[in-house]
Design a protein around this ligand. Structure first.
Ligand code: SAM
Length: 212
């Protein structure tokens, strides 16, 4: 079988914790918000899970020019082409849309996942609860699983923005849900990658919760 690579392949992630929990629960559908070129979509689809991939950036979906570390100009294949190359197109519904848009019409899935998406500046004109609520609406109400990893503050400007939550701050969005996992990294050095062409420091948080 052909295996393709995401441009985000080597960035650190808590995704294995989310994956093991949804595998234990025999989840059959997952919505990935901010799906980009499929770093998480393809591993889910390869496991026979039905995926809805929501992404606002048409280049991530359909491919296009990209600048890689070392300022190398390249072309990214995009999610659609990766799925086609791996024979997975029929397992994934691609929705090119902003999750905060009013016209989003997507049926709830058994689980919803996002990785470092709500801190994008495009989302700063809306309170964080709007993004989290839109994700919750994509999650089945009886036992649906919500998983999100997110950027935590590392620069002074982040401390004034709720889109970079501190430890424990995400809990307030989940009254009546069961919190399964919360985890936090210390600040760590991330190697250059697409969109961040120099060494940089991140801190990441994780929350996984079940809708009771
Ligand atoms: C850090 S990137 C994703 C990288 C990640 N490691 C992965 O491959 O899933 C976050 C993605 O979220 C998308 N995104 C951010 N805000 C969004 C929104 N409001 N609606 C849809 N997609 C959004 C961005 O366009 C970007 O592709």
């Amino acid at each position: 079988m052909t295996t393709t690579r995401s441009l985000w392949q080597d960035t650190r992630t808590f995704f294995p914790l989310f994956l093991s929990l949804i595998e234990e629960r025999a989840v059959s559908s997952v919505c990935v918000v901010g799906a980009s070129d499929g770093k998480f979509v393809l591993p889910l689809a390869r496991r026979g899970i039905r995926v809805v991939a929501i992404e606002r950036d048409g280049a991530a979906i359909n491919g296009g020019p990209v600048v890689l570390p070392g300022h190398v100009e390249s072309t990214m294949p995009g999610l659609r082409k990766r799925l086609a190359e791996e024979g997975l197109s029929d397992s994934v519904e691609i929705v090119e849309a902003d999750i905060l848009g009013s016209s989003l019409k997507v049926e709830p899935s058994d689980a919803v996942w996002t990785s470092c998406s709500w801190h994008y500046s495009i989302n700063h004109n809306r309170p964080l609860i709007d993004f989290v609520s839109a994700m919750k609406d994509l999650c089945r109400s009886d036992g649906g699983v919500f998983g999100a990893e997110y950027m935590m503050p590392v620069e002074p400007r982040h401390l004034t923005m709720e889109h970079y939550p501190e430890e424990g701050e995400m809990r307030r969005f989940f009254p009546g849900w069961s919190i399964e996992w919360e985890a936090y990294t210390p600040p760590f050095l991330e190697a250059p990658h697409v969109e961040q062409l120099r060494d940089h420091v991140h801190r990441m948080g994780l929350i996984i919760a079940t809708h009771q």
